[in-house]
Design a protein around this ligand. Structure first.
Ligand code: F6R
Length: 254
């Protein structure tokens, strides 16, 4: 794992966008794994700016999102489909047919999980997976558990996750209880991984991911076993990391 500590949420987005842009320059037909939530928004904004200003080309890029709430159609403003179009896809030149997000309205979630895994495999697997992290150290919606769930599957969200995500809803009762998420194996099969975290409420989860025991009780800890992970965190999220494993500290001016 390479730990990159930056000064702010915006810088985290810039560093992550640089990695994603580098991936696309090197391989225009890259397959990206993408996350929703507050964390990657600054990265999406930066990528959209790079597209606008220097023409970063997404026309051959394919994307697979990590997860979707069950029971939410693509036109629901709370859905992750909607989030991705609003925050990213509509600002770049990606082809709609190259965008994949699990179908939260599928009748049979097991079949939907299998379909999604086949789609990923059919595109040759994910080149670069972008991850956020939950306060409970979940990645995707792989919640703390007694075992690592392997492939795309239906999950019951933790109370902590429901609580954390209620900030996007009118009330906690409106937060869906179930989601469909890529599994740990799906994530671990990606060629490269970028894990992003910002803010002091993520410090404990970042510590568990980087320095804790590898255990399904802290799902992000599995990333210690992946061969190529960049952890990009701001100072608050890095607060509990020991000096010895603090890698690069990047401060950019302007
Ligand atoms: C969302 C996802 C989740 C989030 C995590 C952090 O697609 O995969 O694991 O990354 O819940 O959410 P935020 O960024 O809102 O703190």
């Amino acid at each position: 794992m390479r730990v990159i500590i930056v000064d702010s949420y915006e810088q985290m987005g810039v560093e992550a966008a640089n990695i994603v842009a580098g991936q696309i320059y090197l391989k225009p037909a890259s397959v990206l794994g993408l996350a929703t939530g507050s964390t990657p928004v600054s990265m999406y904004q930066r990528l959209a700016a790079v597209h606008r200003t220097v023409g970063l080309d997404f026309s051959e890029v394919t994307t697979f999102n990590l997860d979707e709430y069950i029971g939410m159609g693509a036109d629901n403003p709370q859905s992750y489909h909607y989030f991705m179009w609003e925050n990213f896809f509509k600002h770049i030149n990606i082809k709609p047919e190259n965008v994949y997000i699990p179908n939260g309205m599928a009748e049979d979630m097991e079949a939907e999980g299998e379909r999604y895994e086949k789609l990923i495999a059919g595109k040759g697997g994910i080149d670069l997976q972008v991850l956020g992290i939950g306060q409970n150290a979940h990645i995707g919606f792989n919640e703390p558990d007694v075992k690592f769930a392997a492939t795309t599957h239906k999950v019951e969200l933790d109370e902590e996750t429901i609580q954390a995500n209620s900030r996007f809803f009118g009330s906690i009762d409106e937060v869906p209880r179930y989601a469909i998420s890529m599994g740990i194996k799906t994530i671990m099969m990606a060629e490269h991984v970028v894990l992003l975290a910002s803010g002091k409420n993520k410090a404990r989860a970042v510590y568990k991911a980087v320095c804790g025991d590898v255990t399904p009780e802290a799902p992000a800890s599995i990333l210690q076993l992946h061969r190529d992970v960049a952890v990009i965190v701001d100072k608050e999220a890095a607060a509990l990391l020991p000096e010895t494993i603090r890698g690069v500290h990047i401060t950019r001016k302007g």
